[in-house]
Design a protein around this ligand. Structure first.
Ligand code: AHR
Length: 324
C-alpha cells in the first residue's frame, strides 16, 4: 500500500514536470482567453461617401458594431489614398485588434500593410481588393467585380439585339471595381455593339452627369446605350440625357451596377433598364471574420458576397424590401 502511494506521488511529480516543460510560460492554446465581440477593438479606414452604395456600406459597418458591442474606430478618407494610409497608421499606433479597409485604388499598399503585419494586427480588405501579396492580409470580403461586368455586358446584349454605339461611365480610375467591371463587360459584349467612348465619372452623380453631357455634345443621338459602373453615375447621366431632350431608358438603354434604392426608383420611372447588384451590407460578415482572425483562425483568401440582377418589371414590388 505504502509502495503504491509512493508510485502515485512519483507519477504526479513526473506529469507536473512534463507539463511545465512542454507548456513553458505560455498558457496552452485551449486555456488562452478567446476574444469576444465585446472585447474586440476594430479600426476601419473607409474610402469616403461618394455614392449611395458607400453610405449604405458605412451604415452597415457602424450599426453592426453597435449591435455586437464591438469598439469601432472609424475614419472617412474622402476618396484619398494618403488619408486611408494615415488612418491605418493611426490604428497601428493605437494597437487595435483588427484593421478593416476598403482600398480606394488597387496599388500602393505594401508598405503600410507590412507595418500592420509587423505589429501583429490582422488586416481584412472589405469591398475592394488591393494588389498585394497574400501574406499581407487575413482575407478579402467582397464582390466579384469581373462577374458584375460580365452580367452587365449580357444585359446590354439583350437590350440591343441589333447592336449600335454605346458609351461607358467608368468608376474611380485605378480602383478594383472600375478595372474589373471594365474588363468583365468586354468579356461578354456582343461584336455588333461598339463602345465609342469611355471616361471616368469617379463613381459620383455629379461627375456622371458632367461626363454624359460631354458624350451627348460629341455624339448626340448616335448613342443608343450607356453602361455605368455604378447607379449614382447612371442617375446623374439620366438627368443629362433628359436635359439634352432624349428619353433615358428608351432612346438610350442604360445598364448600371449596385442596385441601390435610387436605381429602383429610376427603373420604376422607366428611365433605367437594368441594375446589377453589388451588396454593401457587409457589416455582419466583416465582424465575424474579424473575430475569427484575432482568435487565430486561418481565413480563406476571399469570402464572396451573394448578388443578383434587377429589372423594371418587378422594381415597384421589390423597392419596399430594399435595405439600401
Ligand atoms: O467598391 C464598390 C463601388 O464603390 C460601388 O459600386 C460604388 O457605387 C462605390 O462607390
Amino acid at each position: 500500500m505504502r509502495k503504491l502511494s509512493l508510485l502515485v506521488v512519483i507519477m504526479m511529480a513526473f506529469f507536473m514536470l512534463v507539463g511545465c516543460g512542454s507548456g513553458g510560460e505560455e498558457p496552452a492554446a485551449d486555456d488562452a482567453a478567446e476574444e469576444t465581440f465585446e472585447t474586440l477593438v476594430v479600426g476601419y479606414a473607409q474610402i469616403g461617401a461618394e455614392s449611395e452604395w458607400r453610405t449604405a456600406n458605412t451604415a452597415s459597418i457602424k450599426e453592426t458594431a453597435e449591435e455586437l458591442g464591438v469598439e469601432l474606430k472609424f475614419s472617412d478618407a474622402q476618396q484619398k489614398q494618403e488619408n486611408q494610409i494615415a488612418a491605418i497608421r493611426s490604428y497601428i499606433a493605437e494597437d487595435v485588434d483588427v484593421i478593416g479597409f476598403s482600398p480606394v485604388v488597387e496599388t500602393g499598399w505594401e508598405t503600410v500593410l507590412q507595418e500592420a503585419k509587423d505589429a501583429g494586427i490582422p488586416v481584412i480588405m472589405v469591398d475592394r481588393r488591393a494588389d498585394v501579396p497574400r501574406e499581407l492580409y487575413a482575407t478579402y470580403l467582397g464582390s466579384d467585380f469581373v462577374e458584375e461586368g460580365r452580367k452587365a455586358g449580357n444585359e446590354m446584349n439583350t437590350l440591343l439585339p441589333d447592336g449600335g454605339k454605346i458609351v461607358e461611365l467608368v468608376g474611380t480610375v485605378g480602383s478594383a471595381p472600375a478595372n474589373d467591371r471594365y474588363s468583365g463587360f468586354r468579356d461578354t459584349l456582343a461584336d455588333n455593339i461598339e463602345i465609342i467612348d469611355s471616361q471616368s465619372g469617379d463613381f459620383t452623380r455629379a461627375q456622371g452627369k458632367e461626363v454624359m453631357e460631354a458624350f451627348l455634345k460629341n455624339y448626340g443621338d448616335e448613342i443608343v446605350g450607356l453602361y455605368a459602373h455604378n447607379d449614382d453615375m447612371a442617375i446623374g447621366a439620366i438627368q443629362a440625357i433628359e436635359e439634352f431632350g432624349l428619353e433615358p431608358g428608351v432612346d438610350i438603354k442604360i445598364v448600371s451596377i449596385d442596385a441601390v434604392r435610387g436605381a429602383f426608383e429610376a427603373m420604376i420611372a422607366g428611365k433605367l433598364n437594368v441594375t446589377v447588384e453589388c451588396n454593401p451590407l457587409l457589416g455582419p460578415q466583416f465582424y465575424d471574420l474579424a473575430l475569427r482572425a484575432v482568435n487565430g483562425e486561418q481565413l480563406p483568401e476571399w469570402v464572396p458576397s451573394e448578388e443578383s440582377v434587377y429589372y423594371p418589371d418587378n422594381a415597384a414590388e421589390l423597392l419596399p424590401e430594399r435595405q439600401y
